[in-house]
Design a binder for this molecule. Structure first.
Ligand code: C5P
Length: 237
């Protein structure tokens, strides 16, 4: 692990709670119920668009590590400047689309260099399949495209990737421990799958090589979120 990332973030935290809410009211009430637990928080476009950097500050005041999931994809110069601003927010992780290509990825990596920001590359979204790729002019299968894009990210100096449970082993085989892996689509056996299709349990995902697990609804929609998180932590300990 990059030293800076380890220093800033709660080293015990393996679980990233997805704060997929419209406003801070719901997010704050969830965080109060999880007070003192070893977690990081993921803020995506939904919450960030409404609440912006002020909410990021609030999370940091609660001593929580932040994964700002904005999935940047633009010309290298624009991405570089966006990463500079994100770096200044002192968040711990952020995302870029690896399909932006080598120059864009290198620009992002260069801007984060020397800071504590871990940049994660998004490869093929789990909502996409072979047909989606073909429709956009990519003749390959989603499975090979994931590996190709993970290689692009690694070669450009990007620190990690977001990978579905099914992709962890293949990415680990090809990139050993060089790339950090953050994995969504995780479901404990007692939780509903919701709209997630190719799921793994937290224990299986960690065993397969995930460094962090992104978990939303099994915690955020639980009758007792603290108890749900405790059960997940017990499962992966
Ligand atoms: O509620 P749930 O556990 O399904 O939330 C998973 C989180 O991970 C959501 O914020 C979702 O957008 C995100 N995510 C995902 N699959 C991906 C990439 C991100 O579920 N491939």
């Amino acid at each position: 692990m990059e030293d800076g990332v380890e220093i800033r973030m709660n080293t015990k935290a393996k679980i990233i709670v997805a704060l997929d809410f419209d406003s801070t009211t719901e997010a704050e009430s969830l965080l109060t119920s999880l007070e003192g637990m070893p977690i990081l928080c993921k803020v995506g476009l939904q919450l960030y668009t409404r609440e912006g950097a002020a909410f990021i500050k609030k999370l940091q005041q609660r001593n929580l590590g932040v994964f700002l999931d904005l999935k940047l994809h633009d010309i290298p110069n624009t991405v570089r400047h966006a990463i500079k601003v994100i770096r200044d927010l002192e968040v711990d992780m952020t995302t870029v689309h690896t399909s932006g290509g080598p120059e864009m990825l290198e620009a992002a990596a260069a801007e984060a260099k020397g800071s504590n920001l871990l940049i994660l590359g998004v490869t093929v979204l789990t909502s996409s399949n072979d047909a989606t790729l073909h429709a956009t002019g990519v003749p390959d299968t989603a499975a090979s495209q994931v590996l190709r894009l993970a290689a692009l990210a690694a070669n450009a100096g990007i620190g990690g990737v977001v990978a579905s449970p099914q992709e962890i082993t293949k990415i680990r085989e090809h990139h050993a421990s060089h790339l950090k892996i953050v994995t969504p689509g995780v479901r404990p056996t007692w939780a509903e799958a919701n709209d997630q299709k190719r799921i793994m349990t937290p224990r299986e995902a960690v065993k397969a090589g995930a460094d962090w697990l992104v978990i939303g609804r099994p915690i955020t929609a639980a009758a007792d979120p603290r108890e749900a998180l405790q059960k997940i932590l017990a499962e992966i300990s």
